[in-house]
Design a protein around this ligand. Structure first.
Ligand code: ADP
Ligand code: ZN
Ligand code: ZN
Length: 841
């Protein structure tokens, strides 16, 4: 805060991909309010108004004239703190991007207002309950007529100057939401219910049915009885999961009764915000001897101020150890950040943590409601001040109540304004989704977490059953403290791995669709025992495409350099890169033959085949296509958890951390297409995927079984998966990395160029690479077309620079940065887009 009469200038950062910040003058009347880290409303360009962040305040008069005044200040208190400014700057410099891009990624959209931002009424808004000011009333009324308004439109109603503060208050009061968030709002939770159809609410009809069933369909009768026992009646519904459990029959029996029009089923929304009181005390977790050893060993690492890498086999109880460590951090009054790779396993982990920590747990994820995200943001920011007020009021009580002291989230949650972070856990640290690919900042959340832990003097724990080579290498070098658990909890044995040689299956003609006889037998056995199966298929439809039998013509995307994928549901061909869709041709456009055949198999095809090969079993599919729509994700997993489905088919999504007790068989349908992927990390990734998906089998009780279908049964990756020997695998692979100077022995910087004009692109790539090659020589690879060389009509060329570990990386980046800046001044190549990716995936 500054005096009233001095002239203040503020450096304002805007969430835009442009260098630097912009100087504005603070109007006198705002001098007393202005603080670093607050949002200010400024005019940018001719007519645009935006909210930016005050990065610094100074009385030094800048040397350019006609400096604009900032229009208003939105916050009473800063929304970001010093730590964050520091972190953002580190990210911008390390990942070679603009600070505005980091801001864009870091702030939830409700904290970034601009004239084009759209608002809508909050879903649960009710006029009667809301206590509205006159202006608020005007806006909500307008939104009832026109469901979306831009901030510019709002300013026409209430005037230009007042608009941003008003919008801000209305967001905080949860009257409105930012529209872009509305489309991908947090998914509500649904449960499946069963009730009688109208026909069978009649007593006579019911008797008749029971008579019938008791003669021929004993299981259906059992289900019907269970329905009645559970209180189901003419006007009473029953929860499907409870019903199946009670009757102890497969869900297909329920489906039969639905088909017979006895029952109908439907989904009802249940409140997710149940009672979040912690139910269980962390002290009730008794660590096993092995876990306790690991726990103590982790502390040794922390005591030496080192990050700890916890390498524990699947189902060794890593999560239980995390919970103990979280409790410690909380007891010390610190904040905890628990990073997870993707929404995939969030739901299970949230439930596990909430059981112990209740509403101390906050979930921060880009798919969640923006209002909730802003609330979490403020709570995290005000963590310290809350504590002190709590303490002064109840000095005797040692319990500090703090909502959201523990944050579970995906990579963007590391941008939350932590003030007193004590522990960062990066679970499944090997997972490639910790890296943001597009847009900039192209950061790795795992690596940023390491930097944060230093800034905050917080503990850092990386956990995985299959660590990334980078982290394991760091551990071998002594940079990280390595802790190992080699046993599953409860002495459960690691699953048995059976390799099925598809060459033999094909020769003997024992394949049924894409399932070898070994897998079919194992599945039949486990389904009979009422256990469950997970099938892993590396890619969603990727190889499911149409091909002409005569001339080998394959339909291609018109915008991208990829073949189109067949989607049976909609009976169309679709591009997975740009979304282009077209009808399935009835004849080959090239040779007019009508012999168009389907090739390969994706997850969707597998699901179809299951219906033929295992007609009694129910299945569902988990991949990008089935989880795009609302609720679908939870749906599928909850159904599987409740044993309403027997088989779960999916892409990598099924490999991640899921903990289902009844899964006894896991099938890897085609190991070969992972192994042949053209990338130096292909083997590492394949090992991780296979070992992780195997880890879903037999987590409790009886030993599980994994069937790997392959044409290369002697492949070294497969042999290592068979023995679950990560360390041997690592030791076998590292010499190859060293030989070709790939990470972790070097660092990579990728430069990607894009343009609609391929000639121009080639020239640009040639020119830029020439200047870079003068310095990097043979360490510059490319420029070359990537596997997919055109996306959304843009041609792509890329080059990779291998940077020796002993070089000064900052100098190297400076050189690359200035070379690219110079290049951008060349008018011939103005349209060429250049992206830099440091430590690419
Ligand atoms: P990981 O994270 O290593 O894959 P989990 O933490 O999910 O393993 O543990 C596997 C299963 O074993 C979970 O269902 C978990 O509740 C149970 N488990 C692990 N350790 C303990 C323990 N000490 N006491 C009770 N249950 C445990
Ligand atoms: Zn043809
Ligand atoms: Zn396309």
């Amino acid at each position: 805060m500054s005096e009233e009469r001095v002239t203040l200038f503020a450096e304002i950062l805007l969430p835009l991909p442009i260098p630097g910040s912009f100087t504005y003058r603070v109007p006198y009347e705002l001098n007393m309010r202005a603080k670093i880290g607050q949002r200010a409303v400024v005019q940018f360009g001719k007519s645009k108004i935006m909210s930016g962040l005050i990065m610094s305040l100074s009385t030094n008069v800048p040397d350019c004239n006609n400096i604009k005044y900032l229009l208003d200040i939105l916050d009473d208190e800063p929304v970001i703190n010093e730590n964050q400014q520091k972190l953002w700057k580190w990210i911008a410099s390390y990942y070679m991007c603009y600070l505005g891009e980091v801001m864009q990624a870091a702030l939830p959209s409700a904290l970034k207002l601009s004239s084009e931002s759209k608002i809508s009424l909050a879903e649960d808004f009710e006029v009667d309950n809301a206590n509205l000011s006159d202006n608020e009333y005007l806006i909500t009324e307008a939104l009832q007529i026109q469901p979306q308004l831009t901030i510019t439109e709002v300013s026409k109603i209430i005037g230009y100057k007042k608009v941003m503060p008003l919008i801000k208050t209305m967001i905080e009061k949860k009257l409105i939401v930012m529209h872009e968030e509305l489309q991908q709002k947090y998914k509500a939770k649904y449960e499946r219910y069963v009730r009688l159809t109208n026909t069978y609410r009649d007593d006579d009809k019911m008797h008749e049915l029971m008579d019938n069933l008791s003669k021929r369909a004993y299981k259906q009768l059992e289900l019907l009885m269970a329905f009645l026992v559970l209180g189901g009646s003419a006007d009473n519904e029953v929860l499907a999961s409870e019903l199946l459990k009670k009757a102890n029959v497969a869900s297909s029996i329920l489906n039969t009764l639905v088909e017979k029009d006895v029952f109908e089923t439907y989904y009802k929304r249940v409140s997710r915000l149940k009672n979040y009181k912690a139910l269980t005390d962390v002290s009730s977790i008794i660590l096993t001897d092995k876990q306790q050893e690991a726990f103590d060993e982790i502390h040794k690492g922390f005591d030496e101020d080192k990050p700890v890498l916890l390498h524990g086999v699947t189902a060794s109880g890593k999560t239980e150890i995390y919970i103990k460590l979280i409790q410690e951090a909380i007891d010390q009054g610190k904040q905890v950040l628990y990073l997870l790779p993707e929404i995939a396993l969030t739901e299970q982990i949230i439930n596990r943590l909430k059981k112990y920590f209740g509403d101390k747990v906050g979930v921060y994820h880009s798919r969640y409601d923006d209002n909730e995200r802003v609330e979490i943001w403020h709570q995290v920011m005000n963590f310290n001040s809350q504590q002190s007020t709590d303490n002064s009021q109840q000095t005797l009580s040692k319990v500090k109540h703090s909502k959201f002291q523990i944050i579970i989230g995906s990579r963007s949650s590391l941008f939350l304004p932590f003030t007193d972070l004590g522990l960062i856990i990066v679970d499944e640290e090997h997972d490639s989704s910790f890296k943001q690919v597009d847009p900039a900042p192209r950061y790795s959340a795992r690596d940023v977490a390491a930097v944060m832990s230093k800034m905050f003097a917080a503990r850092l724990l990386l956990g995985s059953a299959t660590p990334s080579f980078e982290s394991y290498h760091n551990a071998c070098q002594g940079k990280y403290h390595l802790v190992t658990i080699t046993e599953r909890y409860g002495g459960v044995e690691m699953p048995e791995i059976v390799v099925d040689d598809l060459r033999i299956e094909t020769r003997r003609k024992t394949m049924q669709a894409n399932f070898g006889s070994v897998l079919v037998d194992a599945m039949n056995k486990t389904l009979e025992e009422k256990n469950q199966v997970i099938l892993f298929q590396n890619r969603r439809g990727f190889s499911l495409r149409i091909e002409c039998d005569h001339c080998n013509y394959i339909p291609q995307c018109i915008n991208c350099d990829v073949s189109l994928t067949y989607h049976k549901n909609q009976n169309i061909l679709k591009c997975h890169y740009c979304g282009y869709m077209t009808n399935v041709p009835t004849e080959c456009p090239s040779c007019r033959s009508t012999d168009l055949k389907m090739h390969g198999f994706g997850t969707e095809r597998i699901e179809d085949d299951l219906k033929i090969v295992f007609p009694q079993a129910t299945s569902s599919r988990l991949d990008l296509d089935t989880t795009r729509t609302k609720n679908s994700y939870q749906y599928i997993l909850e159904q599987f958890q409740n044993k309403e489905t027997d088989i779960l088919v999916g892409t990598q999504m099924v490999t991640k951390g899921l903990d289902f007790d009844s899964v006894k068989v896991v099938g890897i349908l085609n190991a070969d297409n992972m192994l042949t992927f053209p990338d130096f990390r292909a083997y590492e990734r394949s090992y991780q995927l296979m070992e992780q998906v195997s880890g879903r089998a037999g987590r409790k009780g009886e030993k599980g079984k994994v069937i790997i279908q392959t044409y290369q049964p002697q492949h070294p990756v497969i042999l290592n998966v068979m023995s679950h020997d990560y360390v041997r695998f690592f030791e076998e692979q590292m010499p190859i990395r060293r030989q070709f100077n790939y990470p972790p022995y070097s660092r990579l910087i990728m430069i990607r160029l894009k343009d609609v004009d391929s000639m121009k692109l080639n020239k640009a790539a040639e020119l830029l690479s020439r200047s870079l090659r003068q310095v990097f020589k043979e360490n510059l690879l490319g420029p070359e077309y990537p596997v997919v060389s055109r996306v959304k009509n843009q041609y792509i060329k890329q080059m990779i620079i291998k940077v020796d570990k002993n070089l000064n990386i900052n100098k190297v980046k400076e050189f690359i940065g200035s070379t690219i800046e110079n290049f951008k001044h060349d008018h011939d190549f103005k349209s060429v887009k250049i992206q830099i990716d440091v430590d690419p995936n």
